[in-house]
Design a protein around this ligand. Structure first.
Ligand code: THU
Length: 160
């Protein structure tokens, strides 16, 4: 038997103010997108902004449904919009902000597993890494240089 160790490197900023200005601007778009979340059931709203290599910025927010599983996360709302509107553009960077109405969210909120899988599809296809920054309403910001760091052992088209 052989042991395999999987390592990921992430970077932590003490606050959004410590990130590069371009990241602060993208996160501000995510903040604005979050205001448009439709989250009457969970009271947990998420905003996402994507920077594309054609300089477009795509945003999304979570959209819930009375039939709970029919709702969609902010990240997938944004990434599928990108796929349908700008199929040939590459995603350079993604900013995510999330928080609950019930209690202050002061820790960085990473994309859920299903969103990681969805983002992986685009990262694999575009053959270049997507930088991902995520945060709570306040506090630290985590940066991953690539979706791959958040989803080791990805299931992708190479096995089909
Ligand atoms: N949510 C997102 O939008 N993104 C995630 O990565 C995690 C969860 C949404 C889904 C649901 O509307 C609410 O947050 C609570 O799970």
């Amino acid at each position: 038997m052989k042991e395999i160790k999987i390592e990921s490197t992430l970077y932590v900023y003490d606050s959004i103010n410590n990130t590069p200005v371009a990241v602060q601007q993208l996160m501000q778009k995510a903040v604005e997108a979050r205001l448009k979340a439709y989250a009457p059931y969970s009271k947990f709203s998420v905003g996402t902004a994507l920077l594309l290599d054609n300089d477009e910025i795509i945003t999304g927010s979570n959209q819930e449904n009375a039939s709970y599983p029919s709702g969609l996360c902010a990240e997938r709302t944004a990434i599928y919009y990108k796929g349908s509107q700008y199929p040939n553009a590459k995603i350079l960077r993604m900013a995510i902000i999330a928080g609950s109405e019930n209690n202050p969210t002061t820790t960085p909120i990473p994309p859920c597993g299903a969103c990681r899988q969805a983002i992986a599809e685009y990262e694999v296809n575009q053959n270049s890494p997507i930088e991902i920054y995520f945060m709570g309403e306040t506090g630290k910001v985590i940066k991953s240089n690539s979706l791959a760091n958040l989803l080791p052992l990805v299931f992708d088209k190479s096995v089909l």
